[in-house]
Design a binder for this molecule. Structure first.
Ligand SMILES: Cc1cc2nc3c(=O)[nH]c(=O)nc-3n(C[C@H](O)[C@H](O)[C@H](O)COP(=O)(O)O)c2cc1C
Length: 172
């Protein structure tokens, strides 16, 4: 089911003790979500289960970050990311997500999970600026080459700290 949601300027903040959890199949369809997920997303559990995870996608998120996310988990590794999500009422909520891979006995991915906690304000501030530029690049360059161009921008910022993606994300 597709819902038409218009983003508003309203932002809601996670509490220190919150964990927003979901589990998906290999295609990103939601298999499980916890109560806090439902509270923030503002869809019912029934609406969420079976839906694509992009149901909470916020238009201010760069496509390249999701490509990095998928490339990483499909290679069997976990990833951390700052993500701005959008609730059903159009409000935004920032999360710091750890997305990990469940594997079968042969090491093949069988499901993905995301555990999200309240992000650091400094990290949100940093990525807000970077993501804004990345989205602008993606719009300007277009679908085909936009993601590579916007990821190049991310890498150029990250490189100033001389760090890997993972180190960078934990230091901002
Ligand atoms: C376990 C897991 C959790 C995810 N959580 C989110 C999320 O909270 N918000 C989001 O926008 N995308 C999330 N995604 C990524 C979505 O599947 C999707 O790639 C993204 O929303 C971009 O959608 P689009 O390709 O339709 O633009 C998650 C993916 C996985 C595998």
């Amino acid at each position: 089911m597709k819902y038409t949601v218009t983003p508003t300027n309203k932002l809601r903040e996670m509490r220190e003790e919150d964990f927003i959890v979901s589990k998906t199949d290999l295609k990103g369809r939601i298999l499980y979500c916890n109560k806090i997920f439902v509270e923030f997303a503002q869809y019912t559990e029934k609406e969420l289960i079976g839906s694509q995870h992009n149901i909470v996608r916020h238009p201010e998120m760069p496509r390249a970050i999701f490509k990095l996310l998928w490339d990483t988990v499909q290679s069997g590794s976990e990833i951390f990311a700052y993500v701005k999500n959008m609730a059903r009422d159009g409000s935004g909520y920032w999360v710091f997500a750890n997305i990990s891979v469940s594997k079968d006995e042969k090491g093949r991915p069988i499901a993905y999970s995301s555990v999200r906690r309240k992000p650091k304000a400094s990290g949100v501030k940093t990525v807000t600026e970077i993501y804004r530029e990345m989205v602008a690049i993606e719009k300007r360059v277009g679908t085909k080459d936009g993601m590579a161009a916007s990821m190049e921008y991310w890498n150029s910022i990250q490189a100033k700290g001389g760090t890997s993606y993972e180190e960078f994300i934990h230091t901002i």
